[in-house]
Design a protein around this ligand. Structure first.
Ligand code: 4AD
Ligand code: MG
Length: 480
């Protein structure tokens, strides 16, 4: 049977020796015509395969090259060499897939992340990306486990929608109309979307929140976990045009409940990765330490990756209001010495990532939950506070990243909500279905969105968001 193989992770975890095993995987290196380092992706560790001298013909030996896929059978024995407890004494090696060593782009040496991004279809086969994507998997699993344990319903919200959930207008259009100028027109010259596939103008979703709110008004607690799309022209290390978001929405929650859930949630999934991805986190911690050595002393981080994660799961997040944050920033020597690109001079301005990072990394030195932002810089659905100026919003800021969560208590009062929508020029007719939740059995409720790639970045310590999603989409790039 072809499938009778043992995963390398299972082999290496066991102390058993002197039994027959078959392994399959990809050759990382082949030394002295005798030692193969084989990896099958179940772990970062390779299995050493020793080929008994004279047991393979010349032709087969030549085909064991870096990148080739092989099947090897033999006896598991205690290793004589250093660096591994066991090895496979191979009596049979079969080449499943050849790899031309001259042309295979991944040589057994260190490659830059930029280079690997250009060959994203092959980068899974490196130690760094092996570790990153195993951790990404674990975090995704932990997210479902966390909400399932709490009795939340996993809701699939649509990817194609006609609404703009954030009211920010940064959407990708979805249409089957021809782009060659022959699309049907209205009398005023505009495109007639009534003739389009859905009979109206549609786009890719920027958030599943609005649909999530509808379901929370029936199931009490729901969460979404799906792809979201933003056509913002942001070429940064923290923005993607296609990213995954987790959006829980809870009936009978106020802002305080919302913040507490978000904090518990983040700690839970980080802890899960620490418990289940120890080897990979050790590897990434070391990797980061090497990288840090290239930096000047004063730019190196005080904590290693693992210490940072340990610290985050064991300490309370700092909760402060936007108003207090502005005071801290305004009074900071950084601001006074004009070290910010955007000087903080008045209440009401939106915080830039340099300000968020100052609060988290320099001032509090821990994750910060900022609350009660000015209503002018936040979305229409956030609950208006009694002061008439602020809304019950909360953003969670993480060291090294900045914003990882955005959320709020929602405006459940129909009159206040429609009034705000009108002020912000959000068409109430198009969102009539959304307003129905406020007409029929409205209740206080709240929710938030966690950017999945941002938390993967935080846990893996990867500096660029393009390196924590298999095939990143960003301005001018949609390869693979
Ligand atoms: O703050 P945002 O825009 O909030 C919402 O979409 C709300 N509907 C969430 C809710 O209350 N249910 O986005 C939420 C999070 C951000 O904090 C950030 O982590 C991530 O999504 N995010 C991005 N991640 C990668 N690339 C982008 N372009 C992102 N934009 C937002
Ligand atoms: Mg936000």
């Amino acid at each position: 049977m072809f499938h009778k193989r043992i995963r390398i992770k299972d082999l290496l975890q066991s102390d058993n020796v002197n039994y027959q095993a078959t392994v399959m995987g990809w050759v990382r290196t082949f030394r002295n015509n005798q030692f193969i380092a084989l990896n099958d992706g179940s772990t970062n560790n390779n299995l050493q395969i020793v080929i008994a001298l004279g047991s393979l013909d010349e032709q087969t030996l030549k085909r064991i090259t870096t990148g080739a896929c092989i099947k090897a059978s033999g006896e598991i024995i205690p290793s004589l060499g250093k660096g591994q407890k066991i090895e496979l004494n191979a009596i049979n090696v079969e080449i499943l897939g050849d790899s031309d060593a001259e042309k295979f782009p991944l040589q057994p040496k260190k490659h830059s992340l930029e280079f690997l991004r250009e060959i994203a279809h092959l980068r899974f086969r490196t130690n760094t990306f092996g570790a990153v994507f195993r951790i990404r998997h674990s975090l995704a699993f932990a997210i479902h486990e966390f909400f399932n344990k709490k009795g939340f319903i996993y809701l699939h919200t649509p990817i194609i929608t006609a609404s703009d959930a954030e009211g920010a207008g940064e959407m990708f259009k979805v249409t089957t109309l021809p782009l060659d100028g022959t699309a049907p027109r209205n009398d005023d010259g505009s495109i007639n979307f009534k003739e389009d596939f859905f009979g109206r103008s549609t786009n890719l979703t920027v958030s599943g929140q609005l649909e999530g709110e509808l379901a929370a008004m029936a199931f009490s607690d729901i969460y979404t976990f799906g792809p979201t799309f933003r056509a913002e022209n942001s070429n940064t290390t923290r923005h993607l045009a296609e990213f995954w978001m987790i959006e829980p929405e809870m009936a009978f929650y106020d802002l305080e409940d919302n913040m507490n859930l978000a904090e518990e949630f983040i700690k839970y999934i980080i802890r899960y990765a620490m418990d289940n991805n120890k080897e990979d986190l050790d590897f990434l911690t070391q990797r980061l330490e090497e990288e840090e050595k290239q930096k000047p002393q004063n730019e190196r981080s005080e904590m290693s990756l693992l210490q940072k994660l340990e610290f985050v799961v064991n300490n309370d997040f700092e909760k402060i209001t936007y108003t207090d944050a502005i005071e801290i920033l305004k009074e900071s020597s950084h601001n006074k010495k004009k070290k910010f690109q955007y000087i903080i001079d008045k209440w009401g301005i939106d915080l830039q990532s340099e300000h968020e990072r100052y609060l988290v990394e320099k001032h509090f030195k821990k994750p910060v939950i900022l609350t009660n932002y000015p209503k002018e810089i936040k979305a229409f659905y956030m609950r208006q506070n009694d002061d008439g100026k602020t809304v019950a919003a909360m953003d969670i800021l993480a060291p090294g990243i900045g914003e990882i969560v955005g959320g709020s208590q929602r405006e459940e009062r129909l009159d206040k909500l429609t009034q705000r929508m009108e002020e912000m020029h959000i068409p109430t007719e198009e969102l009539d279905w959304y307003l129905d939740t406020r007409r029929f059995g409205a209740c206080p409720h709240a929710g938030f969105g966690l950017g999945f790639e941002r938390i993967v970045q935080f846990v893996t310590g990867m500096g660029n968001i393009r390196d924590v999603i298999p095939f990143p989409r960003y301005p001018k790039s949609a390869s693979f």
